[in-house]
Design a protein around this ligand. Structure first.
Ligand code: PLP
Length: 397
């Protein structure tokens, strides 16, 4: 008999977004015609910028004529895009060869595909609260997971310790869901820890473009020693609105080796076996993100979301509510009032002011008592949601 991967039976059902959808559906059925202010979504609301659209159109036209037509693309990414991304890193003082950059269809795909490079016996450290895919992808592979809780006492940015020893270390900065960002000193400690223990860091930099504080690292490769212990996974989803267009990139330094095995060479071997590359058209669209004009246009969109963040943060400041994130990240992580549980606060927000957010408990048990707002909604809805949130929080003081 065929044996399925029995590790799937170990997966916990992901109730988070299902429960949110069920609760909001029920509320709308009972209160027909009510508008909900959806501050929970992790998807962007602004369209792709003009430079990207222009490049996509041109690439479509290329595919219409024999001289410019592209068939299969190189599995690890088009040279034009790999070079463009390497030059983008160089502007920030990080020197990469273009063949250390791999083009992907997005960070989600990559975060689980990359696990092919590691033995199943390896353990994986997940700092919680965390983006749920880290845990699930490792459960599917049957790996031992070490959960490292974090809390407000360390700003949701824990330091490495004996308890954090694992073979694969997930670090997400700026963080989803907490919006917290590692500074250089704290991130250097993780890099040193990984090098000392022979671990590999999977650095999820999906939100690096939201960092405005120049002193904070946007790439792990800004830190000394990272090229011997880290893989960086990036995405154009939130940086440039590619959530539905799909494009990301991953950096694997050629100096990253364990047991005489080179991770860069292994990934080339993996990609050339398991993919036939990302669409030519989409890669041309991605290239336009890194042009001078493209960078100006995506920054304008990011500014828009940051303004949303300011509006929500003001409501929290005005009511003396504890929160982190919002400044260098598109997420705001607040402490629920009156020691409420995160689902209790969800119900209260929905039923009394029609605002929908994401209960912290859905990101790991130490997220209980916290609540996540995203800043990707429309301005109109954000302004109204902030007003309603402030009114509600004031009555709970
Ligand atoms: N990593 C984090 C922390 C995320 O929050 C997300 C998406 O929300 C992803 C990765 C996935 O991004 P992509 O759209 O590139 O698959």
């Amino acid at each position: 008999m065929t044996m399925p991967n029995m590790h799937y039976a170990d997966l916990k059902d992901s109730y988070l977004f299902y429960n949110i959808a069920q609760k909001t559906k029920k509320y709308l059925a009972e209160n027909q015609g009510t508008h909900l202010y959806r501050m929970g979504i992790g998807d962007v609301s602004l369209p792709l910028c003009g430079e990207v659209i222009k490049a996509l159109h041109k690439a479509v036209d290329d595919q219409a004529c024999a001289e410019n037509f592209h068939g299969y693309m190189p599995e690890c990414g088009a040279p034009f895009l790999r070079e463009t991304i390497a030059k983008h890193y160089a502007k920030r003082g990080i020197n990469l060869d273009s063949d250390e950059v791999f083009v992907s269809s997005g960070a989600s795909d990559e975060l689980s595909d990359i696990l092919d490079l590691f033995e199943r016996e390896n353990s994986a450290l997940v700092i919680e609260p965390a983006y749920p895919a880290y845990v699930d992808a490792n459960v599917m592979a049957g790996r031992k997971i070490i959960h490292l809780p974090s809390g407000s006492e360390n700003g949701f940015l824990p330091e490495p310790s004996e308890k954090a020893k694992a073979d694969i270390l997930y670090i997400c900065s700026p963080n989803n869901p907490t919006g917290a960002v590692f500074d250089r000193v704290k991130l250097q400690k993780w890099v040193d820890f990984a090098n000392e223990n022979g671990s590999v860091i999977l650095f999820d930099a999906a939100y690096e473009a939201f960092i405005e504080d120049e002193t904070l690292p946007r790439s792990i490769f800004e830190l000394e020693g990272a090229k011997t212990c880290a893989i960086e996974i990036c995405s154009l989803s939130k940086t440039a609105g590619f959530t539905g267009t799909r494009l990301g990139y991953t950096v694997i330094p050629k100096t990253l080796e364990r047991k005489n095995m080179n991770f860069n060479s292994m990934w080339i071997r993996n990609r050339t076996t398991k993919t036939n590359g990302v669409s030519y058209i989409i890669q041309r669209g991605g290239e336009a993100v890194f042009s001078e004009e493209g960078q100006k246009q995506i920054k304008k969109n990011i500014e828009f979301y940051k303004e949303n963040a300011k509006i929500l943060m003001k409501a929290l400041d005005n009511t003396g509510t504890w929160y982190c994130g919002g400044k260098n990240a598109p997420y705001i992580w607040m402490k629920c009032p009156k020691n409420m549980g995160s689902w209790e606060f969800f119900d209260l927000l929905l039923r009394s002011v029609q605002v929908v957010g994401t209960p912290g408990k859905g990101f790991g048990s130490c997220g209980e008592g916290y609540f996540r707002f995203s800043t990707f909604s429309s301005r109109e809805d954000t302004v109204e949601a902030a007003k309603r949130l402030e009114q509600l929080l004031s009555t709970l003081k």
